[in-house]
Design a protein around this ligand. Structure first.
Ligand SMILES: CC(C)(COP(=O)(O)OP(=O)(O)OC[C@H]1O[C@@H](n2cnc3c(N)ncnc32)[C@H](O)[C@@H]1OP(=O)(O)O)[C@@H](O)C(=O)NCCC(=O)NCCS
Length: 142
């Protein structure tokens, strides 16, 4: 069974979250391990867990004006297309509503846009490059 948990950085699953992000998000585009942890201390962390192993993760970083940014969304390669990403986004959106947040934005890699569209996000603004990877701005009002 897969369950989504919200964790603190002191939780042992945080190390697995870091490992997952290194393998799925950073190394494939040539970034150093632990290169995108600057927002971790102020973020809410969500992990998908199966048999005590973190198989997916995402963080939510609060912004000004009751908004927040979804970041660092990753699902273990062998576990993609099993609905884990969707479970993570649903848990994050449910949590965001309890915080009375009004909008979630994200910088979506173009390859992940169909996934975010299916989760209810919409594209806005102009396309852009982030660490040389094509992205679009996406958002979902709450
Ligand atoms: C993008 C990612 C998080 C999606 O997670 P996932 O667990 O594979 O997605 P799910 O199985 O929950 O998919 C939910 C829906 O989105 C669709 N979907 C997911 N990824 C897709 C893709 N790349 N292209 C088209 N559709 C996609 C699924 O088919 C599914 O549709 P359905 O409900 O009609 O069956 C995952 O593939 C991943 O980690 N990719 C590599 C890292 C990455 O790109 N992260 C996002 C950075 S912005």
């Amino acid at each position: 069974m897969i369950a989504v948990e919200q964790i603190e950085m002191s939780h042992p699953f945080y190390k697995q979250e870091q490992d997952l992000r290194n393998r799925i998000l950073l190394r494939p585009i040539g970034l150093p391990d632990h290169g995108w942890e600057m927002d971790d201390h102020k973020a809410w962390h969500f992990v998908a867990v199966e048999k005590d192993a973190v198989v997916g993760c995402v963080i939510l970083v609060p912004l000004a004006d009751r908004g927040a940014q979804l970041k660092q969304m990753a699902v273990e390669t062998g576990n993609q297309s099993r609905g884990i990403g969707r479970m993570l986004v649903e848990a994050l959106l449910t949590f965001a509503k309890t915080q009375r947040l009004q909008e979630i934005i994200c910088h979506a890699r173009d390859t992940a846009i169909p996934f975010y569209l299916k989760s209810g996000f919409e594209i806005y603004g102009e396309p852009f490059l982030e660490v040389s990877v094509p992205h679009h701005h996406m958002r979902i009002p709450l």
